[in-house]
Design a protein around this ligand. Structure first.
Ligand code: NAG
Ligand code: NAG
Ligand code: NAG
Length: 174
């Protein structure tokens, strides 16, 4: 029984360890139109070296087709400041960021939570406000978001904990 549990945990561990997740914008974040906005992803667990960044919306009257805003993004950058030239999108809700294969933009590696683009002049979300004014702030924005309870990372953190449990279990079984 312990062995089966350990195997299940090990399977979970391998899935978790090779995952690309958009960490910002998260569920409670937004972007500001005609402004510099921050995009961040789980670069340390990403199985991909590079990808194309797309902006999409399920409402086709807002965005008829996904828009490639960065053709080739290197994974090791971990975050990117998206300028108004790259994303000249009007305010609206239901936007998602997609990280896709550079060779096939419909092969989507990861998709963000739906988020809103607010009108020019709106304040940035508190977790990314420092990142909005200084590009170097994006790492601390990610850290701030990890402690947030309502965000997408709230699900991610317990999984991280069970990873530790899985490691401990496999040690016990071995
Ligand atoms: C992107 O990654 C692939 C491997 O997944 C590699 O073959 C390719 O050269 C990379 N492209 C760039 C522009 O870094
Ligand atoms: C899609 O966007 C348009 C323009 O913003 C809006 O009028 C319409 O209500 C939206 N449709 C849905 C289903 O949200
Ligand atoms: C591109 O990716 C999609 C989704 O994974 C797949 O269905 C399609 O066959 C791919 N196209 C090519 C040309 O490989």
């Amino acid at each position: 029984m312990f062995r089966r549990l350990a195997l299940t945990c090990a399977a979970l561990l391998s899935v978790v360890s090779a995952q690309l997740v958009v960490t910002s914008p998260g569920a409670n974040d937004w972007w500001v139109a005609s402004s510099v906005n921050t995009l961040a992803w789980s670069c340390t667990s990403s199985p991909y070296l590079n990808f194309t960044i797309l902006l999409a919306n399920s409402n086709l009257s807002i965005l008829p087709a996904p828009l490639a805003i960065v053709a080739v993004q290197q994974n090791f950058d971990c975050s990117e400041s998206i300028t108004q030239q790259q994303s000249a999108q009007p305010a609206g809700s239901g936007y998602v960021i997609q990280l896709a294969s550079t060779l096939n933009e419909t092969d989507i590696y990861a998709e963000s939570q739906p988020f809103e683009i607010k009108a020019l002049g709106s304040s940035y979300p508190t977790t990314t406000s420092s990142a909005g004014s200084t590009p170097t702030g994006s790492a601390s924005a990610g850290a701030a978001q990890a402690t947030k309870t309502g965000g997408a990372l709230a699900e991610y953190v317990p999984v991280g904990m069970s990873m530790v449990a899985a490691l401990a279990l496999s040690l016990v079984v071995a």
